[in-house]
Write a new protein. Structure first.
Ligand SMILES: Cc1ncc(COP(=O)(O)O)c(C=O)c1O
Length: 388
């Protein structure tokens, strides 16, 4: 994926009249930093003759499960199918309802739709952008089977409240952990906060492969077993197919690369946290800017640094003109997207989600960004609100 700037442009040039170039992300630099380890992993796998369902995947599954404090991890092809397989394994399907965030990435909704169940949108807590447990209560019906919160932008949803709600109503909790590798809630890691979690290792994630990849984590052995079966044509033994499954396997090369990245995840998350703190310090009280709010029970991993302003589009244009990359996560709430047109949602149905979509802007953040770059972005944002 291209992010609009060549790798050479990464270094912020703040002196003289030079424009500042800060990409929102540059994945090549992640490779560069650990090239020797990635290259060794590549050679090891290529020389092994095993490319699917081999020792690298087994080792990664054990290492990742241990890192989140779950008993099991099952590698799959991507984050969407991780969620889909977890729902399938739980037996959720046509006639069932699953409560999902009204704001966020559409994959979460699609996973529910792809198993034939109905996504029921729930508005977020305004301060955190995460699914609001209080607003979920009136959405629960006799058909509700599960709650599927996203830990959006790298900060966990209020899992203590959601677990209590789910326990009271006999609901299953599936975490969407695509953006929260290493994040904690009351000290417990994302991936072990619900009954199961669907994880994405899409290249730009905090823990990303160099291709599509994903996993399901859970401490429920029967569920893990079922996902393992479903990811491989419903088969545990070659040519014996017990159920109709998918082909959704995490390949050996990706697993080997992920093992390298996993070893560096805590350090890379620390760098993100330092950058987030730098932004918080430099952008506090600037214009109408709303900075990310972190409840005292949450330790986010800053997958994205998302600010809000009523002047979002103008701010984005100002930053683009200065060579600063930004993105909008996400510009169209799922209920207004073409994919859900048939459901008949209209503008105004989820006003908070719609307001979030109109006001959010993601600033550059990532383990390979420099403090100088973060400061340059901070200065450009302040310049915009100062009228410069
Ligand atoms: C919140 C969320 N859920 C699910 C996914 C789906 O993951 P994937 O792209 O690996 O299918 C993503 C990312 O792409 C995501 O950000």
């Amino acid at each position: 994926m291209g992010f609009g700037f060549p790798p050479g442009a990464l270094r912020a040039r703040t002196g003289g009249n030079h424009p500042v170039h800060v990409p929102i992300l540059d994945l090549k630099l992640a490779y560069d930093e650990l090239a020797a380890e990635f290259d060794a992993a590549y050679r090891r796998v290529m020389a092994s003759g095993r490319y699917l369902l081999g020792p690298e995947l087994e080792a990664f599954e054990q290492e990742y499960a241990a890192s989140v404090g779950a008993a099991h991890c099952v590698g799959v092809a991507n984050g969407l199918e991780a969620l889909q397989l977890a729902l399938l394994a739980r037996g959720i399907g046509p006639g069932d309802e699953v409560i999902v965030p009204a704001n966020g990435y559409i994959a979460t909704w699609m996973a529910v739709s792809r198993v034939g169940a109905t996504p029921v949108p729930c508005e977020p807590v305004a301060a955190t952008h995460n699914l609001d447990p209080a607003r979920a209560v009136p959405l629960i019906t006799a058909r509700t089977k599960a709650i599927l919160p996203i830990h959006l932008y790298g900060q966990t949803a209020d899992m203590a409240a959601l677990r209590t709600l789910a326990a009271d109503r006999g609901l299953w909790v599936l975490e969407d952990g695509a953006q929260s590798h290493g994040a904690t809630c009351h000290g417990r890691a994302s991936g072990s906060l619900g009954d199961a979690a669907g994880i994405s290792f899409y290249p730009s994630k905090n823990l990303g492969a160099f291709a599509d990849a994903g996993a399901v984590t859970t401490s429920d052995p029967a569920l893990a077993d079922r996902v393992r079966l479903l990811r491989n044509y419903g088969s545990k033994e070659r040519y014996r197919h017990e159920v109709i499954g998918l082909n959704s396997r995490l390949d050996e090369l990706s697993a080997a690369f992920l093992r390298v990245r996993l070893r560096h995840l805590p350090e890379w998350n620390r760098r993100r946290a330092a950058q987030a703190a730098r932004y918080q310090e430099r952008l506090r009280g600037v214009g109408d800017l709303v900075l990310p709010h972190v409840p005292d029970w949450a330790e986010p991993v800053w997958h994205l640094f998302v600010v809000r302003t009523a002047r979002r589009d103008a701010l984005q244009a100002h930053l683009t003109a200065q060579g600063i990359g930004t993105q909008i996560h996400y510009p169209i709430p799922p209920h207004l997207s073409g994919a859900y047109r048939a459901a008949g949602w209209k503008r105004g149905d989820f006003p908070l989600a719609e307001q979030v979509a109109a006001e959010v802007l993601s600033l550059p953040i990532g383990p390979q960004h420099t403090a100088e770059q973060i400061d340059a972005v901070g200065a450009a944002v302040r310049g915009f609100f100062a009228g410069g």
